[in-house]
Design a binder for this molecule. Structure first.
Ligand code: ROI
Length: 161
């Protein structure tokens, strides 16, 4: 069985987001055939999308897993459902959102899953926590995380103090 290093993005802007992220990290750590290796700081971030919603809390974590990508996706969706996946509107408020950002160096393009995440290169709330826990990381087909950060025009990310 092969092991992959996988990065997961976490985001929440409802019902005590810090607690939502902590709960999700605990559930991720309890997944079978999986170890939680690193977790980034929590960052507060201005919503991408409608501005009349609360700021998000975002973080990323690194795991090592023997799970297949599709299996991991299903398990992350189960964690979202268990916490109560609330999506009020398109690009709107979320109770908890768990995204597979990178799955080793794999390129995945299936109906349910695109990895690397399609928006990874554009999102400060993903790139900055990633560079915190994986400096120098190369994102397949997109380049080094720090180079991508340098192309962001503006960032409204604040580490939680
Ligand atoms: N905006 C921020 N800042 N953080 C997120 O995690 C996030 N997630 C989303 C949308 C609604 C696009 N905006 C976000 O799904």
């Amino acid at each position: 069985m092969s092991t992959n290093t996988v990065y997961i993005g976490l985001g929440s802007n409802l019902s005590n987001p810090v607690e939502q992220l902590n709960t999700a990290m605990k559930s991720i750590a309890l997944m079978p055939f999986t170890q939680l290796i690193k977790r980034s700081s929590f960052y507060s971030s201005k919503p991408l999308g409608p501005q009349d919603q609360p700021d998000f809390i975002n973080a990323v974590c690194e795991i090592e897993t023997e799970l297949e990508a599709e299996d991991l996706l299903k398990r992350l969706q189960t964690i979202e459902l268990e916490q109560g996946r609330i999506k009020k509107r398109h690009w709107g408020e979320r109770l908890i959102d768990l995204d597979i950002l990178l799955f080793g160096n794999n390129l995945i393009n299936s109906k349910d899953l695109v990895v690397p995440h399609s928006q990874i290169a554009l999102r400060d709330f993903v790139l900055i926590p990633l560079s915190e826990i994986a400096p120098g990381l190369v994102i397949p087909n997109k380049g080094k995380v720090e180079n991508l950060i340098s192309t962001l025009t503006d960032s409204y990310l604040m580490p939680l103090g």
